[in-house]
Design a protein around this ligand. Sequence first.
Ligand SMILES: C[S@@+](CC[C@H](N)C(=O)[O-])C[C@H]1O[C@@H](n2cnc3c(N)ncnc32)[C@H](O)[C@@H]1O
Length: 260
Amino acid sequence: MTTRDPGELPEHVRRNRAQWDEWAAQYVASAEKNWALSEPDWGIWNIPESEVGMLPADLAGKDAIELGCGTAYVCAWMARRGARVVGVDNSEAQLETARRMQREHGLDFPLLHGNAEAVPYPDASFDFVVSEYGACLWADPAQWVREAARLLRPGGRLAFLTNAFLLMLCMQDDDAAAAADRLLRPAFGMYRLESTNDRSVQFNLPHGDWIRLLRGSGFEIEDLVELRPGPDATTRYPFVTLDWARQWPSEEVWKARKRA
Ligand SMILES: C[S@@+](CC[C@H](N)C(=O)[O-])C[C@H]1O[C@@H](n2cnc3c(N)ncnc32)[C@H](O)[C@@H]1O
């Protein structure tokens, strides 16, 4: 077993912990809505699972872990499909909501407070790793992708949904303003972005860098789905408009399989 010592938290993890503990109250309503859904939908536009295909069809009896589970509604969806699930999150306040939801919905699975870059489970413990705007956005890709590969059994799958690279190029520094229809920041060298409004640090990669990182960590890439919301979709987030997201991808889903 080569479980990594969580050690002292890296600076970006400490900053994001403080920020997400503060933001958690704003995620209670979406937790209540998403825990109650009978069919999963994804991302800021609530695109149905039938269009996204984040979850493997055969989850029953499988071991699944969500990295950056927040209020853990994705865990709940997987548990209802028969998976043995674990959720890991860096924010105790988010996990408090998740635990209340577990009690209200009569579901029980482990929820770990910790950094998804160093998860206290042995190698090859899981068949599926998932992240929806969780570790895949807020943790260091060089760390969490390597950790996902370690946690997966050979042939196991990884799926994550995050901001599309094109959106990041057009997004304003002030994310209360909507993305522009022109490029506002350089593509080359994109990796770590510190918010100008708050303490948070997020990570976004050019596609070539994701491909090299995933392949170099032992994954074969199976798909990259650029999500397009329907003409009547709505979002509560101000950083992109429907008009923009109907023309260019605002969210992307990566699907990969650990080499056998
Ligand atoms: C947007 S929520 C994701 C949950 C849910 N899918 C959603 O979209 O609301 C982002 C979550 O990532 C968590 N997070 C950020 N950095 C993390 C890290 N290094 N390890 C584990 N979780 C992390 C935050 O605490 C937060 O709960």
